[in-house]
Design a protein around this ligand. Structure first.
Ligand code: 4AD
Ligand code: MG
Length: 477
């Protein structure tokens, strides 16, 4: 007997005899109707059993969460709510689930509770939908780059350079931390460590990706990155996934074009291919919005918002222009910002970014040409001597979703920057080599994958879009 998935059966144009189906019981009512889910789709399939011919002990084991196998026929349903259903001829309990103890009951659970049960929360509609969309986005990302002539590069996760300066790093060591070897000066002797030097988990694959772009032309990374910043927010993880394209001969304008085209493509892919999940998430969000005060509700429903991204150009605004807007904005004048905007040169906080995107422009925004001293050393200095060719893509509800730049390709300028910042040149000899041998204009950016998943699914907390979130004081599972 052929085994089918729920999605295959629900999409079937005709009735099918003699099928097998395996999955987990979502609900069981009236001793007759099992709603069965196998993860292939958000939809359950209704399995109708003949309870008079099913033994009592089996009936007792058809509980929410149990794994079962059914055989029978796919038939036209006479009831309301579904076109097709399974007329069950035989049912086997594969794995029991104690209804008193199974934490995921067919009722509404808080996301906090579900986070504590992250190993089981995937059996809910919401998390099933989010993780299927996450998977689809990931596929679309590879597909986009593949269609556009990019090569996928795997940059190291353990790194010996701390040059990016993107945040606190996690140390990697095999030294006995209770009893570390010491140098003559009394410092930890990393020469005795596994790699013979200090090493960390990477915060970004960019610097290594740049070396590959200078040979393969168009490359991208897609891997985990780690930041030990103590940010307990709805948008920060200590372990998150980042996509970093890097393209030789692209300037900042081409970099902005790439970011916009890329984001539109992957969101379009999900709109096209994840309809059922998005419709569910859209409904979920509308329910959630209803519980908020009127003035905090979003103007757009989820699917509408995704379509809006695809249909509209991202607004490109220089940092200087943005500062003018913020300085003269109502919340700034009324002292509503936690960080007032008084002068050119200040770093933008997420409240400022969100004001620009959600209140002022009401569209995604790409801010560019930031002050040099609030951005990383590798960004290309403009002729004004004070701004760099940086760009951040800002999204409604999320704030910064992409950070990138045109890179400083001039050896002398880069070298001077490194010296001024006191970065040890010896650590970056290989990076500087790319500017010594055949240097060229090049650009790239990093897209925070979970922030993209957050935006696409409408989930409020980044901890709910990655299977097992790592955050300060939390590395369960
Ligand atoms: O702006 P960031 O720090 O840029 C870089 O790391 C560059 N090396 C990228 C490049 O040019 N190749 O990080 C890029 C993006 C951010 O815009 C944000 O979306 C995400 O990574 N991000 C985080 N996501 C979740 N949790 C965190 N703690 C994050 N920090 C950054
Ligand atoms: Mg950034």
């Amino acid at each position: 007997m052929k085994r089918y998935s729920v999605i295959e059966l629900l999409q079937s144009e005709k009735t099918i005899e003699d099928i097998t189906l395996k999955g987990w019981v979502r609900t069981f009512r009236s001793k007759r109707f099992i709603a069965l889910n196998d993860g292939s789709t958000i939809k359950n399939i209704q399995c109708v059993i003949d309870f008079e011919n099913t033994n009592e002990s089996t009936l007792k084991k058809i509980n929410t969460g149990a794994a079962i196998a059914v055989t029978g026929n796919l038939v036209k349903s006479l009831g309301k709510g579904q076109n097709l259903e399974i007329q069950v001829e035989n049912i086997v309990i594969l794995g029991e689930s104690d209804p008193e103890k199974f934490p995921i009951q067919p009722k509404k659970h808080s996301f906090e509770f579900l986070r504590e049960n992250a190993h089981l929360r995937i059996r809910t509609n919401t998390f099933g939908a989010v993780m299927r969309v996450r998977s689809a986005l990931s596929f679309a990302i590879h597909q986009y780059f593949n269609h556009n002539g990019f090569y996928y590069v795997n940059t190291p996760i353990i790194t010996g350079s701390d040059a990016e300066g993107a945040g606190e790093m996690f140390k990697v060591t095999t030294l006995d931390i209770e009893n570390t070897p010491k140098t003559e000066e009394g410092k930890i002797d990393y020469g005795k460590d596994f790699f013979g030097k200090e090493t960390n988990l990477t915060v970004s694959g960019q610097l290594e990706a740049e070396t590959y772009a200078m040979a393969l032309g168009k490359v991208y990374t897609f891997g985990p990155t780690f930041r030990a910043e103590n940010s307990n927010t709805t948008r920060h993880l200590a372990e998150f996934w980042m996509i970093e394209p890097e393209v030789a001969f692209n300037d900042l304008d081409a970099n902005m074009d790439l970011a916009e085209d890329f984001i539109k493509y992957v969101i379009g892919y999900v709109l096209e291919n994840c309809k059922n999940d998005l419709e569910f998430l859209d409904q979920r969000l509308q329910q959630e919005e209803k519980s908020k005060p009127m003035n905090q509700r979003s103007d757009m429903a989820l699917i509408e918002k995704l379509q809006f991204i695809i249909d509209n150009n991202f607004r490109r605004v220089s940092y200087t222009e943005a500062i003018d807007i913020l300085k003269n904005s109502k919340p700034n004048k009324k002292k509503k910002f936690q960080f007032p905007v008084n002068e050119w040169g200040v770093d933008l906080q997420s409240e400022h970014e969100r004001f620009l995107v959600e209140k002022h422009f009401k569209s995604p925004v790409i801010l560019f040409d930031y002050p040099a001293n609030i951005k990383a050393f590798y960004m290309r200095l403009n002729d004004d001597g004070k701004t760099v060719r940086a760009m951040d893509v800002l999204f409604p509800g999320i704030g910064e979703i992409v950070g990138g730049s045109q890179r400083e390709e001039r050896f002398e300028v880069l070298k001077e920057k490194i010296d001024v910042l006191g970065i040890d040149e010896k650590e970056l000899w290989w990076y500087l080599d790319t500017r010594r041998f055949g240097t060229a204009v090049h650009s790239g950016f990093g897209l925070g994958f979970e922030r993209l998943v957050q935006f696409t699914t409408g989930m409020g907390n980044i901890r709910d879009v990655i299977p097992f979130p790592r955050t300060p004081q939390n590395a369960e599972f």
